[in-house]
Write a protein that binds this ligand. Structure first.
Ligand SMILES: *Cc1c(COP(=O)(O)O)cnc(C)c1O
Length: 371
């Protein structure tokens, strides 16, 4: 049973659970940093500093403030287009609400079988769209391929089948691979032929961008992405993802969806100010580049450990490995935490903006102990 992601903590009657003491207890380990997920990491200093600056002043509520204005303008500069931006509390809401706004209830969204919208959002897209169905296809290395997308879109065209309206692409993918611009271009062409909107789940968009080293527009609106859900949480924010509509007309009435879904922050500036810290001076790319480099180091070191097999090309900040059960157990007995239910099985090791080379060395050395 999955007990490691639940938020319901039972009352322990434990008087030692005092502020400053409890986080380590909850991790079940004295380790400062883990490879469990990039959302286990804390807040990067630049985001924290911006939050601090926003702390004292009164400002207009519900996004009518200057921080929100500035964060939105930074995104328009970065993407080099006059886009519509909405800040949400998390990526599930960003995905579910943007897909709901692209679809009617009888439509469908084509996605990879490992896509977060299918496997990790508890039916959120279907719920917020009042019934839009997610149709999944398989594909090597967590990627959608044009042939399967087209097959699914054209499989049936009769009245009895949910009409395909969107193809949803995850960049970087759930297994830590990255779509190349030409792969996205091929999907755009398929989407055009099949009359589909293109939605991008960019929870780890920054990691993909750091790998590809291109202008953000080259892998978004210029190759046909209509809507991007851009992740901030896993890249150094405390909380917050955002929805970027590159085609402004698609954002019509989207603000009402956010409000109705409980995603309109009343003190919006505390969602948006950290974004200003993250997006200024390329901090978001610096964080992502660092996480990617740590994943490269981790993969290279694990490659030499007997019994460990790397499952997918390491192109972003995750390393998926198969390891012997005895090694898995040994690592856990030493306090390491990592998940094995995500993606295609195996242990998923996530690097973060704050992962240190020593963390990698320590983990790999522990792997060797149990090899
Ligand atoms: C983390 C993640 C999200 C967002 O998840 P939330 O927990 O709702 O913030 C969306 N897509 C992918 C691929 C993710 O990894």
């Amino acid at each position: 049973m999955r007990t490691d992601v639940g938020h319901r903590m039972t009352w322990r009657g434990d008087r030692e659970l005092l502020p400053g003491k409890w986080p380590q207890k909850m991790m079940g380990s004295a380790r400062k940093r883990q490879f469990a997920s990039d959302n286990w990491a804390g807040v990067c200093p630049e985001a924290w500093e911006a939050m601090q600056q926003a702390r004292d002043d009164h400002a207009a509520a519900y996004g009518e403030d200057l921080w929100t204005q500035q964060a939105s303008d930074l995104l328009r500069e970065i993407f080099e287009i006059d886009c519509e931006v909405f800040f949400t509390f998390n990526g599930t809401a960003a995905n579910a609400l943007s897909l709901a706004s692209l679809c009617r209830s009888y439509h469908s969204v084509i996605a990879h079988e490992l896509a977060h919208i299918e496997t990790d959002e508890c039916g959120g897209p279907e719920f917020f769209s009042n019934g839009t169905k997610v149709l999944v296809v398989s594909g090597e290395n967590g990627k959608l391929h044009s042939e399967q997308v087209e097959w699914m879109a054209r499989r049936r065209t009769d009245i009895h089948y949910p009409r395909s309206r969107v193809v949803s692409v995850t960049q970087a993918t759930e297994v830590g691979t990255v779509y190349r611009p030409e792969e996205l271009d091929a999907l755009r062409e398929t989407a055009r032929r099949c009359d589909l909107h293109v939605h991008m789940d960019g929870a780890r968009f920054a990691n993909a961008l750091a790998t590809l080293d291109v202008a953000p527009k080259e892998i978004t609106w210029k190759i046909g992405v209509d809507v991007l859900c851009l992740g901030g949480t896993k890249n150094g924010l405390a909380v917050g993802d955002c929805v970027v509509f590159f085609r402004k007309e698609l954002a019509d009435e989207f603000a009402y969806r956010c409000k109705q879904a409980g995603q309109l922050a009343s003190k919006m500036r505390f969602l948006s100010a950290p974004w200003v810290g993250l997006l200024s001076n390329d901090v978001w790319l610096k964080n992502a580049r660092h996480a990617n480099q740590m994943a490269q180091k981790l993969a290279a070191s694990l490659n030499d450990v007997p019994g460990v097999a790397i499952m997918f090309p390491v192109e972003a900040n995750s390393v998926f490995v198969q390891m012997p059960a005895s090694m898995d157990a040994g690592l856990r007995s030493r306090g390491w935490v990592f998940h094995d239910f995500i993606g295609a099985g195996g242990a998923r090791l996530m690097c973060s903006w704050d992962t240190q080379p020593e963390d990698v060395d320590e983990f790999v050395s522990d792997c060797r102990e149990y090899a």
